[in-house]
Every structure is written in structure tokens, then in C-alpha cells.
Design a protein around this ligand. Structure first.
Ligand code: PRP
Length: 214
């Protein structure tokens, strides 16, 4: 019974490695140095696939992978349909925040009845947040480099992930509101969980024990 694990490059991949090791799984090759997308592990029946962060929930939902590690941001945007979410892995922590150009009067702009032009990859999170505040937004969907939107006059504000804050600072933007804290979650295909119960349970339980030790 083979197991496919979906991960995304960068922090999620790096911070998942110790959890995989706790389940006795080591990836044979360094994906950062390769253009390959499928990576064998030390276990002949376990492989890792590397996909875009926002695609991890999609691969797991449709059975392209049996399980995966997804940031809460990607999970909310996806909607979580068909996914069993047994664990908050407490890794790849960051936050989703609103940021504007230094000097932009955000307080005045979000006065009741005002319209705010917001550029973001996280349209679901942003829509819900501003709806609760009673702020009307014109949403511009972007897929990356959101920092550029306020700088070019395309938007008043962005909703983006913030970790160290260095990217905002480097682009003369300031964080004006924190929307939510983010960490990565383990997501499992519900059919796989029934069909491949023993190997998946082993991985889930090993991850859970590793987190509890931290
Ligand atoms: C994220 C986010 C910011 C940056 C924030 O991008 O979109 O650009 O990290 O991190 P910082 O606060 O530590 O500077 P990421 O590198 O994940 O890639 P992306 O642009 O593909 O989302």
C-alpha cells in the first residue's frame, strides 16, 4: 500500500522533515537542488510530492496525495472540503495581516461606509475580515508580490502573510492590522484514511508524539 505525501517547498518542507523523521521517513534527495517533483524516501512505499502551497489541499482532496501539510491560510482559501484535519503541527508559524503604504491614513479609510481597494492572494480571508468590520472592499486578486500593489497605486491595502516583517519594511509598507495567526496543519484524504488506515495512523500518531515533545 503506497503512501504519497504532498508538501510545498520552503519553510513547510524544512519544518516537516523532523516530523517525517519521527515517523521513520527520510527523503532521499534535497528537493531544493532539484527540478524533480516526486521524491522517493527511505521507505519503498512512501513518496513525497512537491506542489505549490495553495495546491496541497487540492492534491489531498482529490487523492493525488494521501496526506499533506498545508498552511492554515491555504486551507481556508481552499475551503477544506474532503479533508480530515487531525493535527495543528505548530510549524511554519506566521500571521495574515493588513498592510498599507507608510503615511496612508488607514483609520480614515476604513470608516463605516468607506470603500477600500484591497489586493491579495487571500480573498476569502480578506473578504470575511472586512465584512465583519463593515468595510466595503474592492478586491483585486493577485498571485504573488502583493507588496507592489499599494506602491503602484493599484490598491490602498494588501492582505498578506507576515513572518519577520522584513518584506513589508523593504517596501515601505506598514502592518496596520493582524487578521489571524497561521500555522501548518496535517490534512488527510478521507478515503485514504479508511483504505490505508494502518500506515496513515502510524504517520499521524508519530507526528502527534513529535509535536507533544516540543
Ligand atoms: C511570504 C509573503 C511575504 C513574505 C513575508 O511570501 O507573501 O512576501 O513571505 O515574510 P517576511 O515577513 O519574513 O518578510 P513567500 O516567501 O512565502 O512567497 P510567496 O510570495 O510565493 O507567497
Amino acid at each position: 500500500m503506497s503512501i504519497t505525501i504532498a508538501l510545498s517547498k520552503g519553510r513547510i518542507y524544512e519544518e516537516t522533515l523532523p516530523l517525517l523523521a519521527a515517523a521513520g521517513i527520510t527523503v532521499a534527495e534535497d528537493p531544493e537542488k532539484s527540478r524533480k517533483l516526486i521524491f522517493p524516501t527511505n521507505q519503498p512505499d512512501v513518496r513525497v510530492v512537491l506542489v505549490r502551497a495553495s495546491d496541497v489541499p487540492v492534491y489531498v482532496q482529490y487523492g493525488g496525495a494521501d496526506l499533506g501539510v498545508s498552511g492554515l491560510d491555504s486551507l481556508i482559501e481552499h475551503g477544506g472540503q474532503g479533508l480530515y484535519q487531525p493535527l495543528d503541527l505548530q510549524i511554519a508559524k506566521c500571521r495574515v495581516s493588513v498592510a498599507v503604504r507608510a503615511g496612508f491614513d488607514y483609520e480614515a479609510a476604513v470608516q463605516q461606509g468607506a470603500r477600500l481597494k484591497v489586493a491579495t492572494k487571500y480573498t476569502t480571508i480578506a473578504r470575511e475580515f472586512f465584512a465583519q468590520k463593515g468595510v466595503h472592499v474592492d478586491m483585486v486578486k493577485l498571485y504573488g508580490s502583493m507588496e507592489l500593489a499599494p506602491l503602484t497605486g493599484m490598491a490602498d491595502a494588501i492582505v498578506d502573510l507576515v513572518s519577520t516583517g522584513n518584506t513589508l519594511k523593504a517596501n515601505d509598507l506598514v502592518e496596520v492590522e493582524r487578521i489571524m495567526d497561521i500555522s501548518s496543519r496535517l490534512v488527510v484524504n478521507q478515503a485514504s484514511l479508511k483504505l490505508k488506515q494502518a500506515p496513515l495512523r502510524h504517520i499521524i500518531d508519530s507526528f502527534a508524539r513529535a509535536i507533544a515533545q516540543d
